[in-house]
Design a protein around this ligand. Structure first.
Ligand code: ZN
Length: 160
């Protein structure tokens, strides 16, 4: 199994997506994984849910992911954009991480778990992150919590 197949498997990447390249920098103790997709994929408009042939890519995003052993690991992905006849050019939400975050979902949830066990200062040291990055991750988690609570309000309760 080569390193591209290895990372495709452990990251759980499914076609049409695949790992195109893996670069290991032993001096920096860092691994960069480049994720790409097959040509001519269909992309869903986030507004109306209709599928269209991919229009173009948004600029590359780089997400910090869980370490590979002791090496910091980063995932590179170019989010596809759709040109919906009704809603215009829209970027789809990446499955790797949230828009507005430079952490993968898995890395971010690890940071949040660490922050629940110790102070923000302790979290910055254990995760090798700046105070701002830890704080942003916590803020996004709080916002997600608020958004899911809004969804749980029964509709008939609001109208009666
Ligand atoms: Zn649309």
């Amino acid at each position: 199994m080569d390193e591209k197949v290895f990372y495709t498997r452990i990251l759980g990447i499914k076609l049409p997506w695949f790992v195109k390249q893996v670069i290991m920098d032993e001096a920096k103790q860092r691994i960069d994984i480049y994720v790409d997709h097959e040509k001519g994929i269909r992309v869903r408009c986030p507004e109306c849910g209709e599928f269209y042939i991919m229009y173009d890519h948004a600029p590359e995003r780089v997400y910090r992911h869980l370490n590979t052993c002791q090496m910091e690991t980063y995932i590179h992905v170019r989010p596809p954009r759709v040109n919906c006849p009704i809603h215009g050019v829209k970027q789809i939400e990446s499955e790797v991480g949230e828009n507005g975050s430079d952490m993968s979902h898995a890395f971010e949830s690890m940071v949040i778990r660490v922050a629940q066990e110790c102070s923000i200062e302790g979290t910055t040291r254990l995760c090798g992150l700046t105070w701002d990055k830890v704080w942003n991750a916590l803020e996004r988690a709080v916002n997600r919590g608020l958004a899911s609570k809004e969804h749980r309000i029964p509709v008939h309760g609001l109208c009666s």
